[in-house]
Design a protein around this ligand. Sequence first.
Ligand code: PMP
Length: 351
Amino acid sequence: MSRFWSDVVHGLQPYVPGEQPRMADLVKLNTNESPFGPSPRVLEAVHAEAADSLRLYPDPTAAALREALAAYHHVTPEQVFVGNGSDEVLAHAFAALLKHPAPLLFPDVTYSFYPVYCRLFGITAETVPLDDAMRIRLADYDRPAGAIILPNPNAPTGIALARAEVAALLARHPDKPVVIDEAYVDFGAETAIPLVAEHPNLLVVQTMSKSRALAGLRVGYAIGDAALIEALTRVKDSFNSYPLGRPAQAGAIASLQDEAYFQHNRTVVIENRGRLAAGLAELGFTVLPSAANFVFARHPAHAGAGLAAKLRQQAVLVRHFSGPRVADYLRITVGTGEQVDRLLAALAQIL
Ligand code: PMP
């Protein structure tokens, strides 16, 4: 701590990242990465870029990637913003849009970065409690507020909202920015992107980190009305005019070109999620209905922290949560079939 720190820094906590161990035999189910590699086409594109073009600056407007994303999602390139992972895209959205007359609303159990960005950008927030089934109740967002951000599916619960519910929320709130964070949408939720055409206040944020297995490449993006995208771009340009490095731009375009690979991997994750949820239920866990690449589960007789520590001794990493509503829960990433089996076998021994 230093007397030269600003008040903003005093309010921030040191970031504690999810464990990233190097031991090859660990079953790593703690940070919601893909258990599969990315498309071979991505690897080719990244290699080619590394061989030929690392000495060159990237395109500061990421025009080719934005065009590819626009074509993929049936919007125009002016409706697409890209950044280094959706975390960076969200940071720009908080700075550019979510400071809109306070308060900003989000669920009391949700993605942990939202309160962090509020502190960083001096945004007043109000949290809205989940209901007893740990669901987001959109009627509770009909109260005086300046902006709304919701993940769909929510994290860490994994529970999804239907597109019709999001559309109804937007119809009731045409006057404030609404950001839907769709980091996990490809694993079984409905994207709000088709609603962008009718709702100039809607920003949809997606990432290539999960369903496209590119967490290490850092590619996230937002889709919304061109005026919202321009706001994000102005904020980004004030920090750094280069959004993504050359390998990231090339790799992301290649990922969009391999639809078969994307569809296959997300389908396998969805199948394995079913096996994982069923196996946990058999062991006595209560498992929330997940539309994501993880499940959120708790055992009536065992607290999450103790279970996570015992699993760690068996070389299986999962995430446990602390806090009033979630202390008993484990968040377990959906792995390969073999990883699911190892996790369930380890739990069967522990319980
Ligand atoms: N939103 C949510 C809800 C997340 O869980 C994550 C992943 N931690 C992100 C955004 C950010 O992912 P990335 O920066 O890798 O795109």
